[in-house]
Design a protein around this ligand. Sequence first.
Ligand SMILES: [Fe+2]
Ligand SMILES: [Fe+2]
Length: 293
Amino acid sequence: MSAVPTSASVGVPPRNMVFDHEGAEKRYPFYDGNALASLMFVVFSGIFPPGERFFVDSVRAFRDRIEDPVLKAQVSGFIGQEALHGREHDRLNQAFAARGIAVEVPERYVRWSLRQLKRLPRRQQLACTLFMEHFTAHLAERWLKDERFKATSEPEMMKLWLWHALEELEHKAVAYDVFEAVGGTWGERAAAGALVVGVLLPGVLASWGVLLAKEGQAGDLRGNLRGLGHLFGRQGFLTGVIRRMPDFFGRRFHPRRHDTAALEAEWREILFGAEGRLNAEFRNREALAAAAA
Ligand SMILES: [Fe+2]
Ligand SMILES: [Fe+2]
């Protein structure tokens, strides 16, 4: 490890990935050929760029108060990773929009919701970020582990989800550690869960319904039931995420208590090892390797 820790040397390297979104519109519906399930991921892609900007702002507000050099470097990595996720999701969203998918509906709604959260005290905003990062970390785990998702999803689209998933796990504790370092309380954490669910969830679900209707799929009962099963069934993609949400309210909660280090190492190798699946899209590989040395 270098004398001065860098984001790469502390395990949060912001990988500059440039994906080929050309033709993304032809690849829709990209999840098991199912509109309802695919549109959930369109919703996620729509809300990520404004969401990630909110996360970055809420952490950056406390950056100057962090003294630990390792945490400082992790914060830089967190900001870099989230900024690059936002950029690639923005590019993907443009491809969706070109195909006529109304990705701006969830995006606009979430921007409005986040403006409401921005009225809160800064540490409360950071607590909201923790809850959303908790959700994203479990979403990421499903992206890496859900066999049906991996087997039935369109391969080009998977590249973006897998990269994003790995980095969400790599930085999942950063905002939390900043919150603890600046004296965040359990009460702020508990309130954050209620605020995020209350302010964001209804509109996110509503915009999903709007997308379905705009795609002319609302009446496809059989297809929609199958999609709902994929997401919320016993082994559903989101069932596994929702099940982990209450962990956040435990007094002794810490993101790293749910250990994903082995999963991260496995996927770092698959995606970015010597024969890494995403090496062709990885633009700053050498620079990060030098910074980590
Ligand atoms: Fe992200
Ligand atoms: Fe994140």
